[in-house]
Design a protein around this ligand. Sequence first.
Ligand code: FAD
Ligand code: DLZ
Ligand code: SF4
Length: 508
Amino acid sequence: MKPRVVVILGDQLSPEIRALREADKDRDVILMAEVGDEATYVPHHPKKIAFLFAAMRKFAESLHRDGWTLRYTKLDDSDNAGSIPGEILRACEETGAEECLATEPGEFRLIDALEEMPIPVHIFPDDRFLCSHGEFDAWAEGRKELRMEFFYREMRRKTGLLMDGDKPEGGKWNYDHDNRKPPPGSIDAAPMQFTPDETVEEVLTLVEARFGNNFGALRPFWFATDTAQARRALSHFIKTALPRFGDFQDAMMEGERFLYHSILSMYLNAGLLSWTEICAAAEQAYKDGDAPLNAVEGFIRQIVGWREYMRGIYFREGPAYTRRNTLNHDRKLPGFYWDADTSMTCLSEAVAQTRDEAYAHHIQRLMVTGNFALLSGIDPHEVHEWYLAVYADAYEWVEAPNVIGMSQFADGGVVGSKPYVSGGNYINKMSDYCKGCAYDVKVKTGEGACPFNYLYWAFLDRHKARFGKNPRMAQMYRTWMRMSEEKRADTLQSAEAFLDRLDRGVRV
Ligand code: FAD
Ligand code: DLZ
Ligand code: SF4
């Protein structure tokens, strides 16, 4: 029997990945390939590329040890075909294979490329997720609104996580109201860091040479790059940070990049960890009395709720989703997203840590970089490409619904019932950024005023026809309309002057 080529992509590094389960050790050839097309379709952060290449090499090594016949193409191999389809065809030619087995990629771009290949490619569902496409569609069918909270309850029932019979543990599904504390005085946790071994060092040298000019610092590089290390990072998080995860989930602090977050998304999304083992470890910490319910419920909700929901939305909405632009925003992404060169401390902190770590936590992504882009009317596709490039955990299936949907409201309300926008007050409440900022968060208009303040009202004013009748925004519109005409004119003028400086590339 002729061999088949079994392709495993860079974010499919799980021993139980479906294509591998379908494969025959005695017959098939596993293909893993570092290719130019995947490494350059957006200018990925060098840490993201290094993480994936190192993790791919180690995963390939483990498959080889398990007795699989393996073809591993390195980026600088002279006969590298440069793309996943190209590498599949080359593998077919060289092994005599005439068909390929694959697990569904997490981006339509690559699904389309596999479907258009001149040989049969059998694409199996990626069943590393809790909710299949069919199950999500069945849940979504006939609903006027696809609200995460209801989806999440279904997932809790399905998994039995934090369930007391058919009731939620503690009597409530969601403990978020306990989870909005402002920043504490100091942080007594940090993610586990790993010293690069020989494989990682080799990859770092390659990435430095090939992608050294991309936005982002490659070194120091401390990510886990195999499952054993990622599991140590998970245990470390459960012990040292989970207990306070809930309390300070939304807080932001100057110089503190990780707070009590898990920093596990890149491992989970690449397949080094599974959602089941992460959630089981968190639930166990609650059962053992080592972490409170508000922390564990909040954490589990992010994974079986938000993460699965976002994936459901991406595959349901289809390939055109990343081009949605309901609010017709067309401003260019400001240069400071690429160099952190701004006097706005919240933005310089969020962008600088993104540059250094390929990481920012959820509220920084949503309420700082995302909020600013939305208030300023930046083209959502540009915003999407930025997020896809700069975070180590970014793949379209999870990034696009978070950016196009949740953060930019470019999908017209599929993900959110109202836009996530705020003035400086919210950032001031949840962070210590404002006290050292060149702008004054208490001042509403004029030169030294916090730009979020006037941009917020200008956004509401600009989109009054769309949001004016939204009951969740009525209070804000009433406040706006109660302001004197002079104050409103002043606010709009401040916003216009600021956006004009932004457009002219003046440092803001
Ligand atoms: P924690 O705060 O410790 O949360 C635990 C886990 O929950 C995460 O590891 C992640 O797997 C999951 N999670 C939490 N929130 C979400 C969410 N909204 N959607 C999906 N999963 C979630 N997450 C990505 O994995 N990839 C992305 O490209 C991505 N882009 C984002 C863009 C924007 C504009 C926003 C607002 C959010 C984005 N998120 C993305 C979601 C979230 O910000 C990250 O998952 C989280 O910051 C990862 O850090 P962590 O592992 O420390 O998470
Ligand atoms: C992100 C990425 C990068 C940078 N490089 C590769 C690669 O060289 N080979 C590979 O198989 N996968 C890579 N990936 C991950 C893919 O882009 C990812 O599988 C798709 O975007 C689908 O999620
Ligand atoms: Fe950001 Fe405004 Fe606070 Fe400065 S004052 S850190 S711009 S919210």
